[in-house]
Design a protein around this ligand. Structure first.
Ligand code: F6P
Length: 519
C-alpha cells in the first residue's frame, strides 16, 4: 500500500474520535485474518447479545448492560422480558433533582450551611471511573465545591481528607454496589463516627450521607435514609458503573447537563460499535491489534499514554476495566485457555513519561504496543503550550514507528569526528530501532462528549478481546480469595487465641504485628 493510501485506509473516525493505526505492523492480509478470527468467534452475535441484555455474564447469570445506562434513544432494553429504561430514567431524574438541590444551596448541612465539600467513599469501580471522568472534566468544575475521594483502608487516606473538610458543609457519598466492600464499609463507619464527634446530631445524618448501591438493605442498616439511597442494578458491573448513580459526583461537581453530554458521547460510541462493519469499527480494530501483538508477537503489556493532564487517571481506570475483565485463565466453558489473555495495562501522561519510562519503549528489549491519546485544542489554553504538547505526541509516535537507524547514527558520529572505534561502540547504543506499534487516538478537544466516547471505546475493546479469547469479561472471582484471607488474618491479628496458620512465615508476621501493638 502507498503511504497516503495506507494512512487513509488505516484511519477510522467515529463519535468525535479519530484512530490512526497506520503505524502498526499490519498488512491488508493480516487485518483480514484478524477480522476472520473475530467472525469465527461470532463477535457480531455476541455484540448483539450484550447490547440486547442477554445473560452474557454466564458465571454470575447476569446481563452486562452498562450501555443501557447511556441509551439516549427511545429503544427499550429488556432484561428477562422487562424494560430497564424506565428505572434508569427515574434514577437519572433523582440524580438531577439531587444536584439541583445541592447547587441551589437548598441542601444544607446540620447547621444550615450549604454544601461545599463532596467526599466519595468507594473503591475499584466505585472510584476509578468517577475520578477519571471528573478529572477529565476539570474545566467544567463548579466554583465553590471541592471533590474528595476516600478509597484506601489505610487510615492515612481518610485522615488526609478529614483534615481539609468542614463537617458542617460536607456531603459524603458512600458508593458501593455491594455495600459490603471492606474498605468502603470501614471508611464510611469512621467518617460517620467523625461527623458525630464533630457535632452532627444523629438525626441529621441524612443531611450529610447519601449512598449508591444495589444492596438497599445494607445501606439502610448503615443508617442511610431511604430517600438518600440511589439504586444500581446487578447487571451493571462495578468497572462499568460510572454511567450509573455511582457517577453522582460527576454531575454534582459539574452540572447535570455536562453529565448528560458525557452519556451522549458514550452513546455515540455504542452506536458506532453496534452499527459499523467490523473492518471500520474502532473498538473492534483496537481489540484485534491488541490480540495481534499479545497472541502472535508475545507482547506482555500495553501502554496508554495520555497527552492530556486531565486524563492522568485514565490508565488506572483502564487497569481495572481491562485487567479485572480479561485477566482470566479459563474459558467460559471452564477449559484452560492455552493462549495469552489480557495484557498488563500501564501508562501515564505525556510529556511526563518521556522523561521517565519512554526510554524502555524506544530501546528496551520488550515489544510494547502504545496508544497515544491527544486532544488538538486545549480546554485550558496558555500561550503556545498546546503546540508543544501536540508536537511531542506526534514526535513520540514518529520515534516509536521509525526510530533512528544505525546508519544515520554512524554518519552523524563520523561528521562529529568520532574515531572508528568510538563509532562502532556508540552507534548500536544510540540506534533507535523503531517499528514499535503505535496508535494515535486524536480528538478535537476533551469535551464531555469526547471523554464519554473515549471511555466507552475502551470498554468495547475489552469486550471484543474477551469474546475472541473465549473468556467471561464480566466476573472477577480472582479477587475473592484475598478478601477471605484478609478477614481471617484480621481476626488473628486481634485475637491471640485463634489458631496459628500452617505457614510459618505468616505466623511470624502475625506475631511481630501483635508484639508491636502489645496484643
Ligand atoms: O474487589 C473487586 C470489586 O468487586 C470490583 O469489581 C468493584 O468495582 C470493587 O470491588 C468495589 O465494589 P463495590 O462497589 O461493591 O464496593
Amino acid at each position: 500500500m502507498e503511504q497516503p493510501e495506507r494512512c487513509r485506509q488505516l484511519t477510522i473516525e467515529a463519535a468525535g474520535l479519530c484512530l490512526d493505526y497506520s503505524h502498526h505492523r499490519v498488512t491488508a492480509e493480516s487485518l483480514s485474518d484478524l477480522l476472520e478470527l473475530a467472525r469465527e468467534a461470532r463477535l457480531e452475535e455476541r455484540r448483539e447479545a450484550m447490547l440486547n441484555g442477554s445473560t452474557i455474564n454466564t458465571s454470575e447469570q447476569r446481563a452486562a448492560l452498562h450501555t443501557a445506562l447511556r441509551n439516549r434513544s427511545q429503544r427499550p432494553v429488556l432484561v428477562d422480558g422487562s424494560d430497564v429504561m424506565p428505572a434508569i430514567r427515574d434514577t437519572l431524574e433523582r440524580m438531577r433533582a439531587l444536584c439541583q438541590h445541592v447547587h441551589s444551596g437548598e441542601w444544607t448541612g446540620h447547621t444550615g450551611k450549604p454544601i461545599k465539600h463532596i467526599v466519595n467513599i468507594g473503591i475499584g469501580g466505585s472510584f476509578l471511573g468517577v475520578k477519571t471522568a471528573l478529572d477529565g472534566l476539570r474545566p467544567f468544575h463548579r466554583e465553590g465545591l471541592t471533590a474528595h475521594y476516600v478509597v484506601n483502608v489505610d487510615p492515612a487516606d481518610l485522615a488526609a481528607t478529614l483534615k481539609v473538610i468542614d463537617p458542617e458543609t460536607t456531603l459524603f457519598i458512600v458508593a458501593s454496589k455491594s455495600f459490603s466492600t471492606l474498605e468502603t464499609r470501614v471508611n464510611a463507619e469512621a467518617a460517620k463516627a467523625w461527623m458525630l464527634e464533630q457535632g452532627m446530631p444523629a438525626q441529621d445524618s441524612h443531611r450529610h450521607f447519601i449512598a449508591v448501591s444495589n444492596n438497599i438493605n445494607k445501606a439502610t442498616q448503615f443508617g442511610i435514609a431511604p430517600d438518600n439511597i440511589l439504586p444500581l442494578w446487578d447487571w451493571v458491573g462495578g468497572r462499568y458503573s460510572l454511567w450509573s448513580a455511582i457517577g453522582l459526583m460527576i454531575p454534582l461537581m459539574t452540572s447535570f447537563t455536562v453529565f448528560e453530554r458525557l452519556l451522549h458521547g458514550a452513546y455515540s460510541m455504542d452506536e458506532h460499535f453496534r452499527i459499523a462493519p467490523l473492518e471500520q469499527n474502532m473498538p473492534v480494530i483496537m481489540a484485534l491489534l491488541g490480540i495481534w501483538y499479545s497472541n502472535y508477537f508475545g507482547a506482555q503489556s500495553h501502554a496508554v499514554l495520555t497527552y492530556a493532564s486531565d486524563l492522568e487517571a485514565f490508565p488506572a481506570h483502564l487497569q481495572q476495566m481491562d485487567m479485572e475483565s480479561n485477566g482470566k485463565r479459563v474459558t467460559t466453558e471452564g477449559q484452560p485457555a492455552s493462549w495469552q489473555t489480557g495484557p498488563v495495562i500501564w501508562g501515564g501522561v505525556g510529556t511526563n513519561g518521556q522523561h521517565a519510562y519512554h526510554q524502555l519503549l524506544h530501546q528496551g528489549t520488550r515489544l510494547i504496543p502504545v496508544d497515544i491519546i491527544i486532544p488538538m485544542v486545549s480546554q485550558s489554553p496558555i500561550g503556545e503550550q498546546q503546540d508543544w504538547l501536540f508536537a511531542h505526541a506526534l514526535a513520540q509516535s514518529q520515534a516509536l514507528a521509525f526510530g533512528c537507524s544505525e546508519e544515520t547514527i554512524r554518519d552523524e558520529l563520523a561528521k562529529e569526528g568520532a574515531s572508528q572505534e568510538m563509532i562502532d561502540t556508540l552507534a548500536p547504543q544510540k540506534t533507535i530501532p523503531g517499528n514499535k506499534p503505535v496508535s494515535l487516538l486524536v480528538m478535537e478537544s476533551l469535551t464531555p462528549e469526547a471523554l464519554g466516547a473515549l471511555i466507552a471505546l475502551y470498554e468495547h475493546k475489552v469486550f471484543v478481546q474477551g469474546v475472541i479469547w473465549g473468556i467471561n469479561s464480566f466476573d472477577q472471582f480472582g479477587v475473592e480469595l484475598g478478601k477471605v484471607l484478609g478477614d481471617q488474618i484480621f481476626e488473628q491479628l486481634n485475637d491471640s487465641t485463634l489458631c496459628a496458620s500452617e505457614d510459618s512465615a505468616l505466623n511470624q508476621w502475625i506475631q511481630r504485628y501483635r508484639r508491636i501493638h502489645n496484643r
